[in-house]
Design a protein around this ligand. Structure first.
Ligand code: DGT
Ligand code: CA
Ligand code: CA
Ligand code: ZN
Length: 572
């Protein structure tokens, strides 16, 4: 039996915090805190206690609290709560979200130091005035500082790889929750956006509250942000940082509708709601309704089916014309994981990778690929032990030797050659001619004539592909100053290929530029740029972005079987 004890406890804690912020101390604050603690520990359902008239008899509850609980159960609100919250400034309320910071301390710094918000708080930490405050001291300030770091980090958007890793770990953990059945990611994570604001997970199960209780007890939880009957929210400390994870539990019968709703995007949902309205229907996270009657909700097929729509790949749900096209039966078929026949950008231990050529081949075969393109750095990339012409000659021979022993799989002889400051290529033509595939990239001189240099590389008859075109790093480096439109046009003119670098921090070209490239008829190669065994897995993020750009199998050259790929490359 689900009950609302925890939900009410949380509200009481909030009231106590708000009262403290306003400067109250003593019995009122203590009464709310105590009632909250009692509610948390209570084994009986408050609703039953209210029904039997026994609630006020529980030690620590009393008449006043019992009335508020009853009010909440009846109306879903507590007037006192709304009153108290109303005159606490927003900036101070936000400070309550910082782990380790309570109402009392917030009141003190508001009163003594005029702290109104997070910015002010940071300032009084910086200038040392917080530390000098009565009862504060170095250690407490250190804790608050750590709390702010956690809070701010949890607010930042995170790279998709990080979000996916955390989500999959939580999903694995949730499989052990009592009564749980379906579990899925939702939100921008399911849509495979390059960065994710917060991690949304959706599940079904008979006992929602027990699942939430189990969820918030995740061993890495550092703060429980919300714990209700159907929704929980935690701050999780992981190897990749501190992150917020939201879990919603929905009825089996509404799973499809909830998954559809919480996958979003918001814009896609708004368009769908418009369609529903036109048909005299209502759509929500609970289902599609005609009047009171629910006509769909159990699966996404059912929900979209009502409108004559297919289940859109989550990556396409951005209101970029997908709904209109689908209504005309013209939704394009986008690339699928199974279409990928190989990885066209990997590094070995001949330059700055860690895997031997043999190990690369083993990994490629295990992944079910037909080929891998070994594209080590060229000599100009000294930091990466770039290959001299002599070393590359050696590597070519070595790859030939290994390929002789392989069946149904091929290591392609390639290079990631530097585009030099004058736009020339870091290796002699005679050598480039011996290779199956030539990727040219900029690794230095980020500010110098980048567009011209890339275009002259595109003109070079032996260059096939431009690697990571903008050089951006999602977690912290703007791309080079490059005129992407001009490069795309040049690639189209010379019939060359642009890379989608699938490494999660690059995803370069991004979805918008990929779309532009496609419109100009430029083909794309997807490569993970892996330097390690685990980097092969980045292909999935590259694919996600390719799908978000609506690329089809035909737009991507590593969907080709080996013979066709080689033929294409030699024709460039
Ligand atoms: P994020 O977390 O910023 O990367 O982006 P999302 O898309 O995951 O957004 P989030 O976490 O705020 O909400 C998850 C989904 O829930 C969102 O994609 C669509 C749905 N949703 C949330 N709020 C609204 C809303 O106000 N209206 C509609 N129609 N849908 C909403
Ligand atoms: Ca989200
Ligand atoms: Ca969310
Ligand atoms: Zn590179």
């Amino acid at each position: 039996m689900e009950n609302r004890n925890k939900e009410i406890a949380r509200i009481f804690y909030r009231i106590a915090d708000a009262l403290e912020i306003k400067g109250e101390t003593g019995f009122k604050v203590i009464a709310y805190q105590k009632a909250a603690r009692v509610l948390e520990d209570l084994t009986q359902d408050v609703a039953e206690l209210v029904a039997s008239g026994k609630l006020a008899d529980i030690p620590g509850i009393g008449k006043g609290m019992a009335e508020k609980i009853e009010e909440y159960l009846k109306t879903g609100k507590i007037k006192r709560y709304e009153e108290v919250m109303k005159d606490v400034p927003e900036g101070l309320l936000q400070l309550l979200e910082i782990p380790g910071l309570g109402g009392k301390t917030i009141h003190l710094m508001h009163k003594e130091l005029k702290v109104q918000n997070l910015e002010d708080l940071k300032r009084v930490i910086e200038n040392g005035s917080l530390e000098k405050l009565h009862g504060m001291g170095k250690k407490k300030v250190e804790n608050i500082k750590k709390g702010i770091e956690l809070f701010e980090h949890a607010q930042e958007r995170m790279p998709i790889y990080e979000a996916m890793t955390i989500a999959e770990e939580v999903i694995e953990y949730l499989k052990g929750a009592p009564s749980i059945s379906h579990i899925s990611t939702a939100g921008s994570l399911r849509r495979m956006k390059e960065t994710v604001g917060d991690i949304d997970i959706l599940a079904t199960g008979k006992d929602g509250q027990k699942i939430i209780q189990y969820f918030v007890k995740h061993p890495k939880t550092i703060q429980v942000l919300a714990e209700g009957e159907t929704k929980g929210s935690i701050l999780l400390e992981t190897e990749l940082g501190e992150r917020q994870v939201d879990l919603r539990i929905v009825e089996e019968d509404s799973y499809g509708a909830a998954l559809q709703y919480f996958t979003g995007s918001k814009a896609h949902n708004i368009k769908l709601r418009g369609l529903a309205k036109d048909k005299g229907l209502k759509i929500s996270e609970y289902g599609v309704f005609r009047g009171e009657k629910k006509i769909a909700g159990k699966t996404e097929e059912e929900v979209y089916g009502v409108f004559g729509l297919p289940v859109f790949p989550p990556e396409m749900r951005e209101d970029r014309g997908e709904i209109e096209l689908a209504l005309q039966g013209k939704l394009p078929q986008i690339i699928e994981p199974r279409d990928i026949k190989g990885d066209l950008h990997v590094h070995s231990n001949w330059s700055d990778g860690v895997l031997t050529l043999e190990e690369l081949a083993e990994h490629g075969q295990k992944l079910g690929y037909s080929y891998l393109a070994v594209c080590d750095h060229s000599q100009a990339a000294k930091y990466a032990h770039g290959l001299s012409p002599e070393r590359l000659e050696e590597q070519i021979k070595e790859i030939d030797k290994i390929n002789k022993k392989l069946k149904n799989f091929r290591l392609l002889k390639g290079i990631e050659v530097d585009i030099l400051a004058d736009g020339s290529i870091d290796l002699p033509d005679a050598l480039l001619k011996k290779l199956d595939i030539v990727v040219a990239s900029i690794h230095s001189g980020f500010k110098k004539n980048v567009t011209e240099r890339i275009i002259s590389a595109l003109k070079h008859p032996l260059v096939d592909i431009i690697g990571h075109l903008t050089g951006r790093l999602i977690s912290g480096r703007e791309g080079y100053e490059v005129n992407i439109d001009k490069v795309i046009e040049a690639a189209a003119e010379y019939g060359k290929i642009l890379e989608l670098n699938a490494y999660y921090d690059r995803l370069d070209l991004d979805e918008f530029n990929l779309k532009k490239a496609k419109e100009k008829g430029v083909l794309i190669s997807i490569g993970t740029d892996t330097h390690y065994a685990h980097g092969f897995a980045m292909m999935r993020f590259g694919l996600g972005i390719a799908r978000r750009a609506w690329l089809s199998k035909e737009d991507v050259i590593n969907t080709l079987p080996l013979d066709k790929l080689l033929k294409l490359l030699s024709s460039l």
